[in-house]
Design a protein around this ligand. Structure first.
Ligand code: FDA
Length: 390
């Protein structure tokens, strides 16, 4: 049996950052990963360019049963710290939009950087090695995996959540957490397209049409693009809102964000002979304008409609209610909302309060970021925090 100071389960962003940090502090660290390569999600992220952080990342950009939990780690290892690391490796980057930073070249550069950081800390990485069993006795964690048995006084759960199983994602973190008495907040697919029932078939026919909207669920609102798909709704605004959505809730979409109240009555005065579809298509894709006009049922020229009917149409357009019947599930979800409850973890070190030596980091934990680089920042910050504390 091999003896280490710490064993990290999972060679994703969080696990690699944690292992590199601890290794460079002089600890003997083993990472165990069941895929045959490290960082598979990093490699496909951001369309192959990895949206590796968001310069505005702050606790308010994360969902968790405890909205304060992420503060400590995010405050101690910030986007500026990660950018400094990226720049130290000469990796060129750019801001795409809304503070989202991407590699100019390829996501591979981020994985190579993390592996190089691990090498600097003499971290051992066992690839193609699924974890079979974990025991805890006499202050030692003993991990049996496909490549052997190893033991250490510290164990880090960094196996992520179940989003996109075909990339190697599993719910293993939750099984292990429960085994050690930690609670798990119900995991749900997040940053995922929403599906619409047959009654909204009119909109499904718009597959491929995209427009800027404000999408709302409860108090959460995002102004970004929405995309109609053959199954329902997608695009950044919808992915963002999906993290807040629960079965049975409506999603309200402002199809003309920023339109001044009374704009349709004004259009009636300016273009009385125009149809509603023609007026709408000045600001929306023509196919969408036609589908909305069919639903609103203002026939003929808008000059013939009352101001009351136009006001009502404006209100509908500003808060079009969709009733999704589900999501596209973990197979398509970029992340998981929920996970290992923060109740049992230290927000400073990520260590389990009742099981000294056991840590949980990254997506495995009930901290989920918005779309736009926030999830990797949580992986870096929580991984660094644990790596400092091991
Ligand atoms: P992650 O899932 O990355 O790593 C866990 C590792 O554990 C995996 O390598 C897995 O194979 C391994 N594992 C699981 N079970 C195991 C077992 N039993 N034994 C051994 N190993 C096991 N975020 C962002 O900020 N910017 C972006 O651009 C994107 N883009 C993006 C695109 C796509 C398609 C997806 C699916 C996701 C994103 N994300 C993202 C989200 C981001 O990828 C995610 O939040 C992080 O990868 C989470 O890092 P972790 O290290 O916590 O888990």
């Amino acid at each position: 049996m091999e003896q280490y100071d710490a064993i990290v389960l999972g060679a994703g962003g969080a696990g690699l950052m944690c292992a590199a940090t601890a290794g460079q502090r002089g600890l003997r660290v083993l990472v165990i990963e069941h895929n045959d390569a490290a960082g598979r999600k990093i490699l496909i992220s951001g369309g192959g360019r990895c949206n590796f952080t968001n310069i505005g990342a702050a606790p308010a950009n994360y969902l968790s049963a405890n909205p304060h939990f992420a503060k400590s780690a995010l405050g101690r290892y910030t986007p500026v710290d990660f950018i400094a690391l990226v720049e130290a490796y000469g990796i060129a980057w750019h801001e795409k939009t809304l503070g989202q930073l991407f590699c100019d070249g390829s996501a591979r550069q981020i994985v190579d950087m993390l592996l190089e950081e691990c090498a600097k800390g003499a971290v051992a990485i066992a690839l193609g090695s699924a974890v079979r069993d974990v025991d805890h006795a006499n202050g030692q964690f003993t991990v049996r995996s496909d490549t052997g048995t190893a033991s250490a006084p510290a164990l880090v759960i960094a196996t992520g959540g179940p989003s996109i199983p075909k990339l190697g994602a599993t719910g293993f973190a939750y099984d292990l957490a429960r085994k050690f008495g930690l609670k798990v907040v119900e995991p749900r697919p997040a940053l995922v397209p929403l599906t619409l029932p047959g009654s909204d078939a009119l909109f499904r026919d718009l597959s491929g049409v995209s427009t800027e909207v404000v999408a709302r669920v409860g108090q959460a609102a995002f102004r970004e693009a929405a995309l109609f798909t053959h199954r329902g709704l997608s695009g950044p605004a919808i992915l963002q809102i999906s993290s807040y959505w629960r079965h049975g809730e409506p999603v309200a979409i402002d199809l003309l964000p920023g339109a001044a109240p009374g704009w349709l009555a004004a259009a009636k005065r300016d273009r009385p002979k125009a149809s509603l579809a023609a007026v709408l298509s000045a600001q929306l894709p023509a196919r969408l304008a036609e589908a909305l006009t069919e639903r609103i049922a203002i026939d003929g020229a808008i000059g013939g409609a009352t101001d009351k009917a136009l006001g009502e149409a404006e209100r509908r357009l500003a808060g079009w209610a969709f009733q999704p019947n589900g999501t596209e599930g973990f197979a398509k979800a970029e992340v998981t909302v929920g996970g290992i409850s923060t109740d049992g973890l230290s927000s400073r070190t990520m260590e389990a309060r009742r099981v000294p030596g056991l840590y949980a980091i990254g997506e495995a934990v009930d901290v989920t970021g918005w779309l736009g680089g926030y999830n990797f920042q949580w992986a870096w910050s929580s991984g660094w925090a644990a790596g400092q504390a091991l």
